[in-house]
Design a protein around this ligand. Structure first.
Ligand SMILES: Cc1ncc(C[n+]2csc(CCOP(=O)(O)OP(=O)(O)O)c2C)c(N)n1
Length: 396
């Protein structure tokens, strides 16, 4: 099975042994260790397949809940398109599109509890949406309006990490804190396939396994680390690495929102009940550029994009809803109206952000007064005020 395979299977690749979670947590059905096939509940043609292990974990997802997941994906795709347009219109310096990764982010994001804590990279804007982020805050950093977008404690999600993989260490540290507190919340960290080459991610897994920390490692294998294909660094499926650290792992079809919800719920249940970390590899695809500064046509075969477009996460759920009689015009009109309203709110929030004062770059660097920084700020303010002075004779 290659990295981009998508045959249905249990996907469970086992933990320290094949006996299942160490905590005594009883999970429904038999997991089948050793499988590389991604877990799939809805196939690319929109057909729902029964699954002995994972169906009980999504037994509550009725037609209305499926419609809500579809609405979420439509809305975040629209947020992504609007932000891309804002960048093209010169309103943002840069934007990292998530096009194609909606199911991985909505499926996992909707499994979380509000007291769980997310540590993400820059591409998890759909997860931030699930956390209830103020829409304009998603854009703040990319507009150069603030050093970070939001107060992490308002939505229990750290601001996006640009240092590849560093957030996995933060998540593991936070999860060790959860143990100390005796709480049953979970730290969830999102990162890409490329990040799994980083020392930070591997160190985070060593600590997570050593302390049996309640942390979920959610890897979105979108097949590219900028221009490097995943096969260059991963000669076996990425999910197979985690058991080497003593962490059970699962491969899931990252374009199947229901399967992503199911595997994330299982991982969260394991963590909450003392069963330790889980590694999830969501096999998906970045259909757009790495960022708006990137041109994938320079390194990517257009046929590959065509193949993955046929596995579009929104299209397959739409087909399933249609087959259930749940894609009537009044519903799709309401979804479109909601996406339009969210996009308008995002644009308005972006364009109406008050400009920061130039000296704001010195704020929030240290929590306490810092004489060296104060000296730099003083110099900078005197430099800026020099532009207000009338030019002196001889210096024109
Ligand atoms: C420590 C570090 N090294 C290199 C970079 C430059 N860089 C930015 S994005 C990126 C690729 C990341 O790919 P992946 O982890 O697969 O995530 P994706 O962008 O595909 O979501 C790299 C190497 C960085 N930001 N941080």
């Amino acid at each position: 099975m290659t990295q981009d395979g998508a045959r249905p299977g249990s996907g469970f690749t086992g933990g320290d042994d094949d006996a299942g979670p160490a905590s005594g947590l009883v999970l429904p059905g038999p997991a089948r260790p050793g499988a590389d096939e991604p877990v799939q509940l809805i196939d690319p043609s929109g057909v729902r397949h029964p699954h002995g292990h994972y169906d009980p974990l999504v037994a509550d997802v009725d037609g209305a809940a499926l419609q809500k997941l579809y609405e979420d994906m439509v809305v975040v795709r629209r947020i992504d398109a609007e932000a891309t347009a804002l960048q093209r219109q010169g309103e943002l310096a840069l934007w990292p599109p998530l096009l194609g990764q909606e199911a991985a982010q909505i499926g996992s994001g909707r499994a979380l509890r509000s007291d769980d804590f997310v540590f993400s990279s820059y591409r998890e804007n759909a997860v931030a949406y699930c956390r209830g982020v103020d829409l304009a805050d998603i854009l703040r950093v990319w507009r150069g309006n603030a050093s970070s977008g939001w107060d992490p404690y308002t939505i229990n999600m750290a601001t996006p990490q640009v240092i590849i993989g560093a957030q996995t260490l933060h998540a593991t540290g936070y999860a060790m804190g959860i143990i100390n507190d005796g709480a049953d919340s979970v730290a969830v960290t999102y990162f890409g396939d490329g990040a799994t080459s980083q020392g930070d991610v591997n160190e985070a897994m060593v600590f997570a396994a050593s302390y049996q920390a309640p942390v979920v490692f959610f890897c979105q294998n979108n097949h590219w680390a900028i221009s490097e294909p995943v096969g260059l660094q991963a000669h076996v499926p990425i999910a197979r690495r985690a058991p080497g650290f003593g962490i059970p792992s699962v491969r899931v079809d990252g374009n199947d929102v229901l399967a992503c919800l199911a595997v994330t719920r299982e991982a969260l249940a394991r963590a909450r009940s003392g069963g330790g970390p889980t590694f999830i590899e969501a096999v998906t695809y970045r259909m757009g550029p790495h960022t708006t500064a990137d041109d994938p046509t320079r390194y990517r075969d257009p046929n590959e994009l065509e193949d993955w477009a046929a596995r579009d996460p929104l299209a397959r759920l739409a087909t399933l809803l249609d087959s259930l009689g749940l894609l009537e015009a009044d519903y799709t009109d309401a979804v479109k109206a909601r996406a339009d309203a969210v996009a308008a709110e995002l644009r308005e929030g972006c364009l109406s952000m008050p400009e920061p004062a130039p000296s704001d770059v010195f704020r929030h660097v240290y929590s306490a007064p810092h004489s060296e920084l104060e000296r730099q700020q003083d110099h900078y303010e005197r430099y800026l005020s020099s532009f207000d002075q009338p030019a002196q004779e001889g210096h024109r």
